[in-house]
Ligand binder design. Structure first.
Ligand code: ADE
Length: 421
């Protein structure tokens, strides 16, 4: 069968998609600078890159930067609900990039699209959640030979890849972009913190002031969500399994308790753990009628929707992205965006300014992979400190923020061990 050119919702949306891409570009000066350099140096001339990413206006700017460097790009979605159809249309119509992604696609189409991306025989993979890598290593081993390396965007993906590497199953080197400081300190914390609440607010227009918000998980995403909910006047409860994170949450001023205790108190539950069934049947049984549940973790496994279905007498759509599950005991439990990433389903994902740093890391990580001499071994690799430092410096300079520099005396002092009290 011949390879389809693209599969998107509607080619006629391209004009608005282009406007959105340009709008995001205004807040992505670091990616723009890298793109200009790539256009001059063409480090990816003729290189086939497949990206399994959220197809947003920010991702479009990354794609255009890689294309400016000479790459032949194919994109597919990394979540069935996160595609911005107008952006997908603009990438196909205005940039000639192959895109296989439709907002609201079924799981079956989602994987068909990943297969179409793999059919292009990518030499570099860029993943957000590792579905492309895992498909390549399971159903599509035929295409593994061509792959020289990859990059991974998110915590969940890096965890999956480390598990693959530990099993000796990972066939090529992958850069853990998520683990760069200029990625997770900012994207996971300020990005998720703002965009998860943005998704909940756009879907419901709920007033957070005075509400009890239960945040499951106090990693970088949970810290961000808790701090932003607190800033809007919510009473925040944190649930954790890790004692250090729990202690940090306590000292940041939040109540910490098991989900079993928080369940009856919460008005809004937000999951950020990356694990499964964090909100489960015993918790549903305790929840108040009208309680809302939203997920900000990568996969839609955090809220146990199968268990919820068992106690649901019927369900109805109250408005887009808000489903009421009417329980057999007559309560209404509300699930936002089918338990999928609420920020990308019901809103536009993280703001461009923060994706600027994440995607600058992606672009530089691809370049690093190709330039590495000797080539990187199969496995998960850290982003070199120089890349992190350069992204931070470029971002600061784009914001007009200047730094001090160490004097020679200060440098000498920091390198000495003999000067005490
Ligand atoms: N992940 C979170 N927000 C995103 C965005 N705006 N674009 C791409 N990936 C994202």
């Amino acid at each position: 069968m011949s390879q389809p050119a693209s599969d998107i919702a509607n080619h006629r949306l391209a004009e608005y998609g282009e406007q959105r891409i340009d709008w995001a570009a205004r807040e992505m000066p670091v990616t723009a600078q890298i793109s200009d350099r790539f256009a001059a140096e063409r480090p990816f001339a003729g290189l086939r890159i497949a990206g399994c990413l959220h197809i947003t206006s920010e991702t479009a700017n990354l794609a255009l930067a890689l294309q400016a460097g000479g790459a032949e790009l194919t994109l597919c979605a990394s979540n069935p609900l996160s595609t911005q159809d107008d952006v997908a249309a603009a990438l196909v119509e205005r940039a000639g990039i192959k895109v296989f992604a439709i907002k609201g696609e079924s799981n079956e189409t989602y994987y068909e699209h990943i297969h179409h991306a793999i059919d292009t025989r990518p030499q570099i993979t860029i993943d957000d959640g590792a579905d492309l890598v895992s498909t390549l290593h399971s159903d599509r081993r035929d295409a593994l030979d061509a792959v020289r390396g990859g990059c991974e965007e998110t915590t969940t993906g890096v965890i999956r890849l480390r598990a693959m590497a530990a099993d000796g199953a990972l066939a090529y080197p992958i850069m853990a972009v998520n683990d760069a400081a200029t990625k997770h300190f900012f994207d996971n914390r300020y990005g998720t913190g703002q965009s998860a609440l943005d998704g909940i607010i756009r879907a419901t227009n709920v007033l957070l002031a005075g509400k009890t918000v239960v945040v499951a998980g106090y990693g970088w995403c949970g810290r961000g969500v808790a701090s932003r909910a607190d800033g809007l006047g919510a009473h925040v409860i944190v649930t954790e399994v890790d004692p250090l994170r729990a202690l940090e949450a306590v000292m940041d001023g939040f109540r910490v308790m098991p989900m079993a205790d928080a369940a009856s108190e919460g008005d809004i539950f937000i999951t950020t753990t990356g694990d499964i069934h964090v909100v489960d049947e015993p918790h549903f049984a305790q929840m108040k009628s009208g309680a809302m549940m939203a997920n900000a973790g990568h996969f839609n496994h955090e809220i146990n929707l199968n268990a919820l279905a068992q106690i649901t007498e019927h369900q109805r759509e109250l408005k887009p992205y808000v489903t009421a599950h009417v329980t057999t005991d007559g309560r209404e439990l509300l699930v936002l965006a089918d338990g999928r990433l609420v920020n990308l389903s019901a809103a536009e994902g993280h703001p461009a300014s923060v994706m600027d740093m994440s995607f600058a890391n992606q672009a530089l990580a691809v370049e690093h992979l190709l330039r590495a001499d000797p080539p990187l071994e199969p496995g998960v690799h850290e982003i070199p400190a120089e890349i992190d430092q350069s992204v931070a410096r470029l971002k600061l300079s784009s914001m007009g923020v200047k730094l001090d520099t160490l004097s020679e005396e200060q440098q000498r002092y920091l390198n000495s061990w003999d000067e005490g009290t």
